[in-house]
Design a protein around this ligand. Structure first.
Ligand code: SAM
Ligand code: SF4
Ligand code: FES
Length: 344
């Protein structure tokens, strides 16, 4: 039987036990049920919608897994103008979506002032803003927070320092950690999270990921499968499987009960019901792709990415159907992290 007290209500996670849960299918049903119980109590049935604009696919980094890596010369690169980004944010707001996520590769051609301008203009739309720009300077994080940016998403990718170093030339887990803890200190709702199925990754490593989001007290936890991209050094690797991702989502929900956890696009890419299942296993956020054409197909982190087609606003309504199919409710609030109030 699942020993719930070893994964719930603890200060520090029992990494060995979590690794054990991940290594067997014995507890899967109990884990699923417990994650749902925790979700009901701490965040209810509401699912928050965040419209994402992937505004640039230029990147100075060379992460081994990612299709946007600097050395991928096959990719057609694009940058949206500030006005194009603002127009798109307006469109998101017009759909009644209360969060705009601005995501890009690490692209320093957008200066501190450019991002500041975007924050000022988009804040006028009465929406929450999530930034996901990769590692920028501590000073910039501070300026943008003061201007009203609400959240910052930067996955920790893997909490195994050796694996992190192998996948990220010129970066380390220590550095990534220092950024995340600083963002938290500044008062951002801070998003971490990891990929499942990275080369050489073990159940113990995955358990370390759960321990890390607990240690950070991550406000958002993005978990998805690694999907090998043909134009990267990891082209021939296997990638992550659906069940392990779902179990990781459930464990994240139990470890940090009030966190906002997305049912990720990558999960929907490896399985047509991936996002619906993610919601059923404890996720409570979904992020419709609102990147305009003709840019959208070129934000290709991994092959087969869903939601790439002609009608570039279709996802805004489609995600509502996914939420309903999962038996959950479309939230109409800003979706800030709930305080530790248990819903009766
Ligand atoms: N550049 C920013 C950063 O790295 O934080 C934001 C954009 S980055 C493309 C967003 C996320 O995509 C990363 O945190 C990573 O986990 C995910 N990603 C990149 N390549 C992937 C792949 N091949 N399979 C699955 N997820 C991938
Ligand atoms: Fe750049 Fe982010 Fe891709 Fe790394 S994961 S190459 S930082 S876009
Ligand atoms: Fe993009 Fe369904 S959410 S098509």
């Amino acid at each position: 039987m699942l020993e719930k007290d070893r994964i719930f209500n603890f200060e520090k996670i029992d990494v060995e036990y979590v690794a054990h849960i991940l290594s067997t299918d014995k507890y899967d049903q109990e884990l699923f049920e417990f994650a749902n119980e925790v979700r009901e109590k701490y965040v209810g049935k509401q699912v928050h919608i965040r419209g994402i604009i992937e505004f640039s696919n230029y990147c100075v980094q060379n992460c081994l897994y990612c299709g946007l890596r600097r050395d991928n010369k096959k990719l057609t690169r694009y940058r949206m103008s500030l006005q194009e980004i603002i127009d798109r944010a307006k469109l998101i707001a017009s759909f009644g979506i209360k969060t705009v996520v601005l995501q890009s590769g690490e692209d320093f051609s957008y200066t501190t002032d450019d991002i500041s301008y975007l924050i000022r203009e988009i804040k006028k739309l009465n929406v929450a803003i999530t930034l996901s720009l990769g590692e920028r300077s501590f000073e910039e994080y501070k300026v943008w927070k003061e201007l009203g940016a609400d959240r910052y998403l930067m996955r920790h990718e893997t909490a195994n320092p050796q694996l992190y170093a192998a996948l990220h030339p010129n970066d380390s887990f220590e550095i990534r950690k220092s950024h995340l803890f600083y963002l938290k200190k500044l008062g951002y709702e801070t998003g971490a999270g990891s990929m499942v199925g990275l080369p050489g990754q073990t159940p113990y490593d995955l358990a370390l990921d759960i321990a890390f989001v607990k240690e950070l007290d991550a406000d958002m936890i993005g978990i998805g499968p690694f999907i090998p991209h043909p134009d990267t050094p990891l082209a021939n690797e296997k990638g992550g499987d659906l069940k392990t991702c779902l179990k990781m989502i459930a464990l994240a929900r139990i470890a940090v009960p009030t966190a906002n956890i997305p049912a990720t696009t990558a999960l929907g890419t490896i399985n047509p019901f991936g996002r619906e299942l993610g919601l059923k296993w404890g996720a409570n956020v979904i992020m419709p792709n609102m990147t305009p054409n003709p840019y959208r197909p070129n934000y290709s982190l991994y092959p087969g990415k869903i939601c790439v087609f002609e009608n570039d606003t279709a996802c805004a309504n489609c995600v509502k159907q996914i939420i309903k199919r999962a038996g959950l409710i479309v939230s109409d609030d800003y979706g800030y992290r709930k305080k530790e109030v248990v819903i009766a």
